[in-house]
Design a binder for this molecule. Structure first.
Ligand code: NAI
Ligand code: MG
Length: 365
């Protein structure tokens, strides 16, 4: 059977880095099923041309035709534009992709050295303030309250998803360490080492964030098989502080939508660039890879966008679908290019073009 992948480049550098992800996938060959790609439309630029940011045909194709998808990035304006809402937020909701899983990993100088930063941000992905258009600021409190009641359900799911992921692929495996010692760990052993930090601000937002925190704790308390996972919690502001001072204390952070968004950009700074951090939007029935970064209007059209976040998102998507070997090949190729250090885009201190980095990665795959 073949694997049908929807490709939604959308706006800005999404159009430069998503083709790179496709090229990397095509290079994998025998370790994954034959691939079919379906080009799909979405984005702000599409909206300005056609009045629609997320066409029904795109959603229908993802639901009926595709096994998984890759999304580039969208340029959402900071001011309100009548009739426009973000297509990525819409897609996450429409496909019920309730968890956004963002591994943030620094590449050590040699394969057998442990990474300095080695963590996963699990971001609740369909609720919280992020996903709600608030027409009138006076309704803010009500909206926050309303979404929190839904959030309690979603965050349980999000939590379960994190656990499920931990059972299916080991943390190390997921984070593609090349050393044999890491790979020989069974997922169960790895799970036993898991340390979860719940991020919230329930000293102030006791209703909404309090509910998030309680929901996660309740799931943990109810499941005997989760007892080996230690759970801590931290206020979001001090979590940013500690993240910068001692990133090694974090293993898995579970956070409401908005905090997860902010924390993962902060963590990206610790590993050198937003241009290397991948994610998958995941639900029970579908998975969509997406680089953590946005459309980067400051560098668009110059062939200097880092394609690694996008390429790693494709690998993470494969891993999620159970094609660990194919994912390993992509991740190992990326690591080797970063380690070698001669072909890097400017965000990582290099002078190379997007296309040169893609060529180097593809050759190694
Ligand atoms: P951004 O993530 O687009 O860029 C932040 C900084 O990181 C910029 O200096 C950019 O050049 C750099 N950067 C990002 N990705 C890079 C890459 N692959 N290679 C090299 N450098 C990279 O965030 P910004 O500038 O705040 O937002 C720009 C637009 O992107 C906005 O319209 C925003 O709405 C949208 N956005 C979309 C997201 C999505 O599609 N999921 C996520 C975040 C922002
Ligand atoms: Mg973001």
């Amino acid at each position: 059977k073949s694997l049908t992948i929807g490709l939604i480049p959308a706006d800005g550098i999404g159009r430069e880095v998503l083709p790179a992800a496709r090229t990397a996938l095509e290079a994998v060959g025998s370790d994954i099923p034959p691939l079919k790609f379906v080009d799909l439309l979405a984005g702000f630029e599409l909206f300005t041309r056609t009045g629609t940011a997320l066409p029904d045909e795109t959603v229908e194709s993802l639901q009926n035709e595709c096994d998984c998808a890759l999304f580039g990035s969208v340029s959402s304006p900071s001011r309100k534009v009548a009739g426009y809402s973000s297509p990525i937020v819409g897609l996450r909701k429409k496909l019920d992709l309730y968890a956004n899983i963002r591994p943030v990993l620094s590449v050590a100088p040699t394969p057998d050295e442990p990474a300095k930063v080695d963590m996963i941000v699990v971001r609740e992905n369909t609720e919280c303030l992020v996903s709600r258009a608030i027409p009138n600021p006076a309704t803010l409190i009500y909206t926050g309250f309303l979404s929190s009641s839904i959030l309690s359900k979603k965050s349980k799911k999000s939590q379960k998803r994190a656990k499920k992921l931990g059972q299916r692929v080991s943390l190390q495996n997921m984070l593609h360490h090349e050393s044999a010692a890491w790979h020989s760990n069974s997922p169960f052993n790895v799970l036993a080492k898991w340390h979860l930090t719940i991020i919230h601000k329930s000293n102030v937002l006791s209703v909404t964030d309090g509910l998030f925190r309680e929901s996660v704790r309740a799931v943990h308390a109810k499941e005997p098989k989760y007892q080996d996972i230690s759970v801590a919690e931290q206020l979001v502001d001090s979590a940013v502080y500690r993240l910068f001072r001692e990133p090694e204390i974090y293993d898995v952070m579970v956070a409401p939508n908005l905090y997860g968004d902010i924390l993962s950009d902060a963590a990206a700074a610790l590993v050198g660039s937003l241009g290397v951090v991948p994610s998958v939007n995941s639900g029970d029935n579908f998975v969509m890879g997406e680089p953590v970064h946005g459309s980067a209007p400051d560098i668009v059209g110059q062939n200097i966008a880092n394609p690694i976040a996008s390429i790693r998102s494709a690998a993470l998507m494969l891993r999620h679908l159970g094609y660990a070997k194919g994912a390993d090949r992509i991740d190992a190729a990326v690591d080797s290019v970063i380690r070698e250090g001669t072909l890097l885009t400017p965000d990582l201190g290099g002078k190379s073009k997007t296309s040169e980095v893609v060529d180097a990665i593809v050759k190694r795959i």
